[in-house]
Design a protein around this ligand. Structure first.
Ligand code: FAD
Length: 197
């Protein structure tokens, strides 16, 4: 029995990662980090040669975008910052941004609406502010953490085709002709996802 178990471990080690993630934006990177911390074997692919440097999200909200953390055990309702905190990264990320303390809307020079985040969020969250930080900086930070855990994003790998069968699992074909297999596939390839549609 011991031998059979050992061979089984060898077979597992010889095969590729169980979980393949397509897309190394914020969703794919956080999914990869979370799964690695859960002890899963993960590979992550992206079509781009390097992380995006475009002007997109400028803020990480502590409480407005509560989500169910994708989880392997209990369901926890955590904010994105709490998730990063759970991963152990929140403080380092906060130190890279600016703690937005509030918003004031003006009609020319007359203030119309004034919101103080510390006032509204105190006691609701551990992070009573809006973290002002560019999305590409967040992505760069997350990718560095991923590299520290021994996983590099496989870049210039645009997924072209997905085939799934019960006997052979999931087979992925990339535009450059390379293939990969997986037991589970996560589509984090953005709003025009080819995995999801
Ligand atoms: C102008 C603008 C402003 C925004 N402002 C805010 C804001 O202030 N706050 C906020 O919360 N959100 C904002 N957003 C939205 C935010 O940018 C998105 O919600 C976020 O990028 C989604 O992350 P994602 O990881 O799901 O997808 P994406 O960031 O789109 O990442 C998807 C990744 O998948 C890769 N990919 C796609 N197809 C394939 C394929 N076939 N094979 C391999 N890889 C593939 C792409 O190269 C990309 O790296 C803004 C968006 C825009 C455009």
């Amino acid at each position: 029995m011991t031998n059979v178990g050992f061979q089984h471990i060898l077979v597992l080690m010889e095969t590729g990662p169980d979980i393949v993630i397509i897309g190394a934006g914020p969703s794919g990177l956080v999914a990869a980090l979370t799964l690695l911390q859960e002890g899963q074997r993960v590979a992550i692919y992206d079509a781009l040669p390097k992380g995006q440097n475009s002007s997109r999200a400028a803020a990480v909200h502590a409480h407005t975008l509560e989500v169910f953390r994708p989880f392997f055990g209990f369901f926890c309702r955590l904010t994105p910052l709490q998730q990063l905190h759970t991963l152990g990264y929140a403080e380092a990320l906060v130190s890279k941004g600016i703690k937005g303390q509030g918003v004031v809307n003006y009609d020319r020079t007359t203030p119309l609406v004034q919101i103080s985040f510390p006032e509204y969020l105190q006691g609701v969250t551990e992070f009573p502010f809006v973290l002002l930080i560019a999305q590409h900086e967040v992505e760069h930070f997350l990718e560095e953490r991923l590299n520290e855990l021994g996983v590099n994003v496989r870049r210039e790998m645009r997924l072209k085709e997905v085939e799934a069968s019960e006997s052979e699992g999931i087979k992925l074909t990339f535009e450059n002709g390379e293939t990969a297999t997986a037991t589970y596939l996560i589509g984090a390839d953005g709003s025009r996802s080819m995995v999801g549609f």
